[in-house]
Design a protein around this ligand. Structure first.
Ligand code: ZN
Length: 191
């Protein structure tokens, strides 16, 4: 028997996403009373070898201020070829390329095991603003993004070291983080 906490933990491990709340507020009033805003911590570029990237563009909710992505929690009317957005309840027709959709012929984004999905199509959301915040504690000491070794006798570089181009690891780490930022910003979207 799995407890609710274990269920949440399994989902976090699987999708690399942790939410401040695991339920949406049921009304605007309830939303205003949240002591912590609805937010999520999310693992960029999380490896999911069991779920290959999908090689076509995501299907978006047609409501202009929603644009949520079709996902396994949306209700689907296979006969009418319509899906209901699970964020704003807008009913959306499937695009023409989904004409063959049926209960036994479903796209990957409707399958429950695709609780997270990677679209590598570039420029799906050009010029769309977003904010990614990274919360870290302490300097990285391992891997290509390291800025200092893990021996305590080695001090972390100071601003003057950086300014005088005398900071070990700096160039390699900067290149690594710039590459990651570009990849995150331009190459994929994830829900
Ligand atoms: Zn919507």
């Amino acid at each position: 028997m799995t407890t609710y906490q274990e269920f949440i933990q399994q989902n976090e491990d699987r999708d690399g996403v942790r939410f401040s709340w695991n339920l949406w507020p049921s009304s605007r009033l309830e939303a205003t009373r949240l002591v912590v805003p609805v937010s999520c911590l999310f693992t960029p570029l999380k490896e999911r070898p069991d779920l290959p990237p999908v090689q076509y563009e995501p299907v978006l909710c047609s409501r202009a201020n929603c644009k949520a992505v079709l996902n396994p929690l949306c209700q689907v009317d296979f006969r009418a070829k319509i899906w209901a957005c699970n964020f704003c309840f807008q009913r959306n027709p499937f695009p023409p390329s989904y004409a063959g959709i049926s209960e036994v012929n479903q796209p990957a984004e409707l399958m429950p095991q695709f609780s997270t999905i990677e679209y590598i199509v570039q420029g799906t959301f050009p010029n769309t603003g977003a904010r990614v915040m990274l919360f870290i504690g302490g300097p990285p000491t391992q891997g290509p993004g390291m800025v200092v070794g893990d021996e305590l006798k080695t001090p972390i570089r100071s601003w003057h070291d950086i300014q005088k181009d005398n900071a070990r690891h700096l160039k390699k780490a900067t290149k690594y983080y710039e590459t990651m930022a570009n990849r995150s910003g331009s190459e994929w979207t994830q829900y």
